[in-house]
Design a protein. Structure first.
Ligand code: EPZ
Length: 432
């Protein structure tokens, strides 16, 4: 079993290259299903979730090949997705169960083929993660939804028609699913209470470059004029704001100074505002001689407690909640963190407490009383962002912290130990 061993106490200083965003790449990888032309995606991160979705696309008949260098010099991978023929419209349980974002093939398959059968994704560690909003939105465009043996079957024998979709609350995945689907529906679709995350805008930009007619992406109302066909494109995946935010926390926790290359300030305003309040000096650095710039995070020597409530973009993102809890564990004073998006996203709490953190949970709020230091121990990763929270705590804990179940971490953080070691961390991946 692979483990991460981190010896705490090292100050981090230097440059970390931020990879392409997992949560942008996954929906982007479904856009090729909407066209017979090849789609090239560049700056793809090398992550387990990308491999899982590639396996699903292969199963559906999409050929995925390494694209030639796109010359952009970005560290990510370039892949060509060719969905000229769809061999199967069934997404099987054994693939979907590994990654619930597989549900994002549902809408594009119905739009392209008039039918799709996708295994219910099931819940995951952080919540039961229903897909009712995805299904209701597809029905608003004329799809017929049936559930059978744990599978969702969506059909549109007479094709899809544009319609009015109003989400009762914000859903990133449901917004992405219906946005892709609406591009090929006949007529106009208006999506109200749409998610405003940067990943939605990135997806819309890719679809527009494929010939889709979309206005309002990034706002709460998105309008789509359906078209007959979409054509191929080449699109670069946006940088990962959650990876960048996680390393920004590492800079502050270790009283360090990190340049997060490729990171975009506008994607991270809410978490960076909290970091500044806690003791970070944040600046946007322009690139020099053609190199991309980034966001610089430097400690001002202090680390004060703060309060957070997770909400949809542009408010504080739930995907940064666990990482900020590690920060709060060693801040001066108390912090209160409220998780308002998922019903069970505090599984990092007992593991942080094993490292000596002082955290009490009441309902959806955690009160964290900062302690002078944490002590390294064996800990268990439970979900993707919780595992990053433990790695961050390990960076400042006295002695060694050993993190088990690394597969959680590898779903969302590319080459974590290489990137941290390059800026001074004492960290290694061991097999035992
Ligand atoms: C996306 O998940 C992200 N995943 C999540 O990141 C992120 O935490 C989440 O958005 C919120 O920002 C990807 O983009 C691949 P939602 P998604 O639909 O789309 C409920 C990570 O760590 N809901 O916005 O599944 C849902 O249960 C992952 O990178 C319904 O009730 O999130 C949740 O409570 C974790 N019915 C809330 O809405 C539905 O049909 C928000 O979920 C859909 C969602």
């Amino acid at each position: 079993m692979e483990k991460l061993v981190i010896t705490g106490g090292k100050r981090l200083e230097g440059t970390i290259e931020i990879s392409g965003a997992k949560n942008a790449a996954l929906p982007l990888m479904c856009t090729p299903l909407l066209t017979e032309d090849p789609v090239i995606l560049t700056n793809l991160p090398r992550l387990a979730d990308i491999t899982t979705l590639t396996d699903l696309l292969n199963h559906l008949g999409v050929t995925v090949t390494i694209a030639g260098g796109d010359g952009s010099g970005s560290g990510g991978r370039s892949l060509t997705f060719d969905a000229s023929t769809i061999a199967d419209t069934v997404a099987p349980y054994d693939i979907v169960r590994k990654m619930r974002a597989s549900i994002l093939v549902l809408g594009p398959l119905v739009a392209r083929m008039g039918e799709a059968t996708v295994s219910m994704p099931g819940g995951c560690a952080i919540g039961n993660r229903p897909i009712d909003l995805h299904l209701k939105a597809l029905e608003a465009l004329g799809a017929i939804i049936e559930m059978e043996d744990g599978y969702v079957r969506a059909t549109a024998p007479d094709g899809l028609k544009g319609g009015a979709v109003r989400f009762p609350f914000v859903s990133v995945g449901a917004t992405e699913n219906i946005l892709m689907t609406a591009t090929l529906a006949k007529g106009t679709t208006v999506i109200e209470n749409a998610a405003r995350e940067p990943e939605i805008t990135d997806l819309a930009n890719c679809l527009i470059s494929m010939g889709a007619r979309i206005t309002g992406a990034g706002s709460e109302t998105i309008t789509v004029e359906g078209v007959e066909k979409l054509h191929g494109t080449t699109h670069a995946v946006m940088p990962d704001r959650v990876e960048a935010g996680s390393y920004a926390v590492a800079a502050l926790m270790t009283r360090g100074d990190l340049l997060l290359k490729n990171a975009r300030l506008a994607d991270m305003q809410a978490p960076l505002d909290v970091l500044a309040e806690a003791g970070a000096v944040i600046s946007e650095e322009a690139g020099i001689n053609g190199e991309p710039g980034g966001v610089r995070v430097k400690s001002n020597g202090h680390l004060k407690g703060f309060n957070i409530v997770t909400q949809p973009f542009p408010a504080f993102p739930t995907d940064m909640q666990a990482q900020f809890m590690a920060l709060a564990s060693v801040a001066d004073g108390a912090s209160v963190i409220t998780e308002a998006i998922f019903e069970n996203r505090f599984m990092h709490v007992p593991e942080l407490c094993r490292l000596g953190a002082d955290i009490t949970v009441t309902g959806s709020s955690a009160t964290i009383r900062g302690v002078p230091s944490l002590k390294g121990a064996q800990v268990m990763a439970t979900d993707l962002r919780a595992s990053m929270s433990l790695a961050l705590a390990g960076l400042v804990a006295d002695g060694d912290t050993v993190i088990n179940r690394l597969y959680h971490l590898d779903r969302g953080y590319e080459r974590l130990e290489d990137k941290l070691r390059a800026v001074g961390a004492q960290i290694e991946r061991v097999n035992d």
